[in-house]
Design a protein around this ligand. Structure first.
Ligand code: HEC
Length: 131
């Protein structure tokens, strides 16, 4: 009878040991997830502010070269000119090509602007003129 009692105590303490070990393991996994999320959101804030800096540079170039046809803040003046706010965001290559080489009534810009400058205008186009 006494042996049974000791065995029960041993079993109980073993179970509670396993429980606490598991619980603290779960907690540290949770902590890791939280800090991973914080790092992730820091990175995206940094990425966004870099993107906004690029977009602002692009806006300056846009205002010098493109505004007279495509309108202030890309708001289409109601002519045949393409509304850049509607340019598909997944077609960067098309944008780079059309701007550098020209398309139909639009003259080419590749001789006046570098590809880096056209890339900056692209960053501005991605904001839909909202900066
Ligand atoms: C002289 C007027 C004029 C200027 C200045 C101008 N554009 Fe255009 N742009 C147009 C017209 C007109 C179209 C429509 C062309 C067509 O018929 O498809 C157009 C179309 C576009 C398109 C759509 C191309 C496509 O693939 O469909 C993009 C992108 C574009 N312009 C970007 C720019 C950028 C960036 C600048 C400044 C560097 C600029 N444009 C300056 C007149 C102009």
């Amino acid at each position: 009878m006494k042996h049974k009692y000791i065995a029960d105590i041993l079993l109980l303490s073993f179970i509670s040991f396993v429980f606490t070990a598991n619980a603290s393991e779960n907690k540290s996994v949770k902590d890791e997830n939280v800090s991973a999320k914080i790092i992730e959101s820091d990175a995206s804030i940094a990425e966004n502010s870099v993107a906004i800096e690029f977009a602002k540079k692009g806006k300056k170039i846009y205002d010098s070269y493109c505004i007279r046809c495509h309108g202030p803040k890309m708001i289409n003046p109601g002519t045949v000119t393409y509304d850049l706010r509607r340019f598909p965001e997944d077609q960067k290559t098309r944008f780079m090509n059309s701007v550098a080489k020209g398309i139909k009534q639009m003259p080419p810009w590749g001789n006046k602007l570098s590809m880096e400058e056209i890339d900056l205008i692209w960053q501005y186009v991605l904001t839909d003129g909202k900066i």
